[in-house]
Design a protein around this ligand. Structure first.
Ligand code: SF4
Length: 305
């Protein structure tokens, strides 16, 4: 897929969404946050300015081609190398998709631009929107999300609240929890109180099971995460995949492997399962100079930054 398309990836199977076709319209790695837990590594372009980073017509042409030649997915998800609401033609792109297919559209956003009415209007054209909320005040916001200059926690929460009042689709919140940073029950209770005021349809708890931007970030144990779910209304669900992900890597070749690892750091065993091969078959490809390894717990992850 990566050889055929520049802006589309997958579809990748996911336990919750089924087969998800990804669209990546922000260059690596442009984001309004530089989260300590980001699995893509540190943000190289920390900014809030929107732009047409990739040509709208080219993305539309790829989508047309994919719909004509393949066209089978359960969802189409805006995700990838940064914050998708920074793409200045996001609303037009969602309209383009919705005029051509009934496949539901999902936007995975950090929520930072939702204080802007124009961004809320564009994002609200999706069927499902997932936003982030992993802090409880300005200080924790700065420590965890390391936002672009000018962004405040108050504005983030106000934007997410305003979006809820205008958006008739499903709103999900993802809370990323890390040991010794924001996973103390008192801290989580403060996040939960803010989350409930936003009135999401679902709340997901995630943690650093894959190598994060900062090596000082540590995951919360699965049992502890489960115990924290009850602090949220509605009750949260744990989405961190502590076991092997059931993703599909497509045809095994170096470029597909690098592309998958760039978006999704993984162990050799996980990669072998994704590509449906024995781990030994991957070893020559894993020697590629673009790859590094990082040990998390007892596992060695391959990363590409
Ligand atoms: S986790 Fe998401 S919001 Fe945070 S820096 Fe990475 S891409 Fe940006």
């Amino acid at each position: 897929m990566s050889e055929k398309y520049k802006y589309l990836f997958g579809p990748v199977p996911s336990r919750r969404l089924g087969r998800s076709l990804g669209i990546d319209v922000t260059p690596f790695k442009r984001c309004s946050f530089d989260c300590v837990f980001c699995q893509l590594g540190c943000t190289t372009h920390l900014a809030t300015e929107r732009d047409e980073f990739v040509p709208f017509d080219e993305v539309c042409a790829e989508l047309e081609r994919w719909l004509a030649e393949e066209g089978a997915a359960d969802v189409i998800t805006f995700a990838g190398s940064g914050e998708p609401t920074l793409y200045s033609r996001l609303g037009e792109l969602i309209d383009f998709i919705k005029a051509r297919t009934d496949i539901p559209v999902i936007v995975l956003s950090n929520g930072t631009l939702l204080h802007r009415p124009d961004v809320r209007g564009e994002t609200a054209r999706a069927d499902i929107v997932k936003v982030s909320l992993s802090a409880w005040d300005d200080e924790s916001f700065k420590t965890i999300n390391r936002p672009a200059p000018g962004l405040t926690f108050k504005e983030l929460v106000a934007g997410e609240r305003a979006f809820r009042t205008e958006f008739s689709g499903e709103l999900w919140i993802e809370v990323f929890l890390m040991d010794d940073i924001n996973a103390d029950p008192k801290q989580v209770a403060r996040i939960a109180a803010l989350a409930s005021e936003i009135h999401p349809d679902k709340i997901h708890l995630n943690t650093a099971v894959r190598p994060p931007a900062e090596s000082s970030v540590h995951p919360v144990a699965s049992e502890k995460l489960e115990a924290l779910c009850g602090l949220f209304t509605p009750r949260a669900e744990v989405i961190a995949s502590f076991a092997t992900d059931a993703q599909s890597g497509g045809e095994l070749n170096t470029e597909n492997l690098i592309e998958l690892i760039r978006r999704h750091p993984a162990t050799a065993a996980q990669l072998a399962e994704m590509f449906g091969v024995k781990p030994g078959a991957l070893l020559p490809l894993l020697n590629d100079a673009r790859l590094q390894t990082e040990v998390r717990g007892e596992e060695t992850y391959y990363i590409c930054r």
